[in-house]
Design a protein around this ligand. Structure first.
Ligand SMILES: [Fe+2]
Ligand SMILES: [Fe+2]
Length: 163
């Protein structure tokens, strides 16, 4: 989805905050999909479950921000443009979906692409973190993204065949 590295830099707090917002915005998007496809209970349930997991991810970033103990960590400058870009993408998906609600398959395709991009983003960001618990958080989220891709793709295949 074209999350490119840039020359912008941001401190760790800023990046964690952006990451928290990415998860929250994904939750909003999926909750919205659950609403507009409420006449398809199974699909709506998948969107609700996914949204709930994104909310949980957002909470993990809130916790990571609170748990930050070593003040020197903040002195490390890492590239914040990927996180900014990820947030921009999720927000624009939210805007677009509200302006013109996508069909069921289209929504699934958009989310699959988003989750793949976020998996790459979380993986490439993990390496910049020195604190082990932060590194592990990014790796766990990458795993969760991949699980979302898998679940959404499975549903997509089913819908695609039966449509
Ligand atoms: Fe997530
Ligand atoms: Fe996800």
């Amino acid at each position: 989805m074209g999350i490119d590295a840039g020359k912008n830099s941001a401190d760790i707090v800023k990046v964690l905050e952006l990451c928290r917002d990415v998860e929250a915005a994904s939750a909003e998007l999926y909750k919205y999909f659950a609403e507009i496809y409420s006449d398809h209970p199974e699909l709506a349930a998948l969107w609700r479950k996914t949204a709930k997991e994104e909310e949980d991810h957002a909470k993990q970033f809130v916790l990571a921000l609170k748990m930050r103990r070593e003040p020197f960590i903040d002195a490390i400058v890492i590239d914040g443009s990927k996180a900014e870009n990820a947030l921009k993408i999720v927000r624009s998906l939210n805007d677009m979906a509200r302006k013109s609600p996508p069909g069921m398959l289209e929504a699934l395709r958009a989310a699959i692409k988003l989750e793949k991009g976020l998996a790459d983003f979380h993986m490439s960001t993990a390496v910049h973190f020195v604190q082990e618990n932060q590194k592990q958080l990014f790796l766990a989220l990458m795993k969760a993204d991949n699980e979302h891709v898998e679940a959404l793709e499975k549903f997509y295949q089913r819908l695609f065949v039966t449509d």
